[in-house]
Write a protein that binds this ligand. Structure first.
Ligand code: AQP
Length: 342
């Protein structure tokens, strides 16, 4: 097998399933923007095919997809610099996913904790798409030969599976065609927890709106949610060690650190000894300062949906210059007759 070096390329995505929240922002979106500033090609995706693994209202899905694109741009992604796409507009994602459905093993999928959490006790009634979700995610990444994928911690297992699929494909066909992609999970914002329960991930599907800060919340709503966030009665410690066994306190400090772009130790050096009654207003001010401009810009962009649609159409065109040859070559490797590839 010949050694291949893969050009560094970053890919990541977010589901347009409504309620883009602070966890998505700190765990993913903000880091997408950081990668854009580096000297590397960046591709960011609204993964609408993933969203429909659970039923979506069609009108809401369209609105959420455009809103997510507006969120990407408002947070600092430049459609000239990064390729911004809607997954269903680049058909090679779904085409490669089928190939990977035939590479991945049932046992691998059954071990996925997200599958177990989302399907729960009602697995027989869950969609086949929800079960196969990680194979589509592997295709999203590998159809670009992406080498780096910035994600939140909850996606670590899916990224490991992506590597397993690449390794098995390469092994089964005696090639070194797909890279073993690196998950990039770094910083204080990779696991933002619910404001109502510090042991549960902040999530779009949490029925309590008070559990999360939405990117569409205004300054008053953000401040109110932080004021009401669950805490414990003790003062903040001066060292990170003092946050062990204090999930709510740790979460609020992590959020502060991620937004202030400081380490947890730096934050605690400043706020150690303060009561939550003093810390929460500091956190609320910081959150409003960081989020309000994004919210305002998102609302402005949503007034120009035709512009958003043009950006997505152009993104799909640019993306397909990468994905079409990779899919053609994949088909060639696995023995499908077609136009000769690369
Ligand atoms: N709480 C979080 N902290 C840090 N990162 C997070 N991400 C999600 N929640 C947090 C990261 O955001 C990116 C996109 O997530 P997604 O929308 O594709 O999927 P998700 O993980 O299913 O988001 P939710 O909110 O948790 O949705 P539901 O409620 O439907 O399960 C990913 O990089 C993810 O790590």
């Amino acid at each position: 097998m010949s050694e291949t070096t893969f050009t560094p390329r970053v890919f990541s995505g977010i589901q347009p399933s409504g309620n883009l929240h602070l966890g998505n922002y700190l765990g993913a979106l903000k880091r997408f923007v950081d990668w854009q500033a580096k000297d590397v090609e960046t591709i960011y995706c609204m993964v609408d095919l993933h969203a429909i693994t659970v039923w979506q209202d069609p009108a809401d899905l369209k609105k959420s997809t455009r809103e997510l694109c507006a969120g990407f741009i408002a947070a600092g992604l430049d459609p000239e610099q990064s390729i911004l796409i809607n997954q269903s507009q680049v058909p090679e994602h779904a085409q490669l996913a089928w190939v990977f459905n035939c590479v991945a093993r049932m046992g691998w999928m059954q071990r996925m904790t997200q599958w177990k959490d989302k399907a729960g006790k009602n697995a027989q009634n869950a969609s086949l798409g929800l079960f196969a979700y990680p194979a589509l995610m592997a295709a999203d990444i590998l159809v670009y030969h992406a080498t780096h994928v910035p994600v939140g911690e909850d996606q670590k297992q899916h990224l490991e599976l992506t590597r397993d699929i690449a390794i098995k494909f390469n092994h089964d066909y005696g090639v070194n065609f797909f890279p073993e992609t690196e998950p990039v999970i770094e910083g204080a914002g990779t696991r933002v927890m619910s404001l109502r329960d510090g042991t549960k991930k902040m999530s779009k599907s949490d029925p309590s709106d008070a559990s999360r800060i939405n990117l569409t919340d205004d300054a008053d709503a953000i401040a109110k949610k932080i004021r009401k966030a669950k805490t414990d009665p003790d003062a903040l410690p001066s060292e990170a060690k003092g946050l062990e066994e204090r999930p709510e306190a740790r979460n609020l400090v992590n959020i502060y650190a991620a937004m202030a772009e400081q380490s947890v130790d730096q934050v605690l050096a400043d706020v150690g000894g303060k009561q939550f009654s003093e810390f929460k207003p500091m956190l609320a001010d910081l959150a409003v300062a960081k989020m309000a401009p994004i919210t305002t810009e998102m609302a402005r962009l949503m007034q120009h949906q035709d512009e958003i649609d043009k950006i997505l159409a152009r993104g799909a065109e640019r993306a397909r210059e990468i994905t079409a040859p990779i899919l053609r070559k994949t088909y060639d490797i696995i023995g499908m007759v077609g136009p000769s590839s690369l």
